[in-house]
Design a protein around this ligand. Structure first.
Ligand SMILES: [Ca+2]
Ligand SMILES: [Ca+2]
Length: 252
């Protein structure tokens, strides 16, 4: 029950083993779990939204009423080069603008996206020599990420098996991590990574690795705005016969 509540961005406090205090930022209600489920439990709301109850007690999604500041907040730079104090404040503002709310500060935010974590900054130009070594560093980094996740036991069983296999390929141990990352980022499973799907790597990487954007633009060889596994593998300098779709192995 609590997990479901977190999905809807409600705030739940456990009062006893079967009783919860549910707050959506406006109302607080005590719910007892004697076969009674909070209506928000099964509702998953989109970015910048939270679950609220309408007058008749039905669950619905609405833009987040208020972002509660936290010491974990990280500023965010949008694709319009504007800094927001947190991801919540950015997503809330965009939600308000999409819904045409009078609280929307700038209608142009309808089409804004998160660009990277951190305050907006002038990113240095990516030099040719840096771009050349970028794939080599990136594929090695992917191997290390996989290894670290495995140590923390945060890898799925399929991914763990793939890492074990990669460890056996000592001279080119990054090949399978490159394939693993592609499958992981392709959330929709359509075998393409679009800009939204690439965000888990671009958002943290862009401010520290200023060649990230240029590198990814170059990966999209046919310029269709998305990267397929061949484009991804070639971009990270895998040999043609090493680029293999193993996404089904990872999902099973
Ligand atoms: Ca996809
Ligand atoms: Ca492409």
């Amino acid at each position: 029950m609590v997990v479901g509540l977190f999905l809807c961005h409600c705030h739940a406090k456990e009062l006893g083993s079967t009783t919860f205090l549910v707050s959506n930022g406006v109302d607080e209600t005590v719910y007892s779990d004697e076969g009674l489920e909070h209506p928000c439990t099964s509702l998953v709301c989109g970015d910048g939204q939270e679950c609220v109850l309408d007058d008749s007690g039905m669950a619905e999604c609405a833009c987040i009423k208020k972002c509660i500041p936290s010491s974990n907040d990280i500023p965010l730079c949008s694709t319009r080069n504007e800094t927001f104090s947190s991801e919540c404040s950015f997503l809330r503002e965009r939600c308000l603008c999409v819904q045409g709310s009078s609280e929307c500060e700038d209608k142009a935010h309808v089409s804004a996206h998160m660009d990277y974590y951190g305050k907006c900054q002038e990113l240095p130009e990516c030099e040719e020599a840096e771009l050349e070594e970028f794939p080599i560093r990136m594929r090695e980094w992917l191997y290390l990420v996989m290894e670290e996740l495995d140590e923390r036991e945060d890898l799925s069983e399929g991914a763990h098996r793939m890492l074990e296999e990669a460890k056996g390929q000592t001279s080119r141990r990054w090949v399978l991590p490159v394939i693993w990352k592609f499958c992981e980022l392709d959330q929709t499973g359509d075998r393409f990574m679009n800009t939204d799907e690439l965000r888990p790597i671009t958002a943290p990487l862009k401010p520290v690795e200023h060649c990230t954007a240029t590198f990814l633009e170059n990966c999209d060889v046919d310029n269709n705005g998305r990267i397929d596994i061949v484009e991804w593998g070639s971009c990270l300098q895998l040999e043609d016969d090493e680029i293999e779709d193993r996404c089904d192995d990872l999902r099973n």
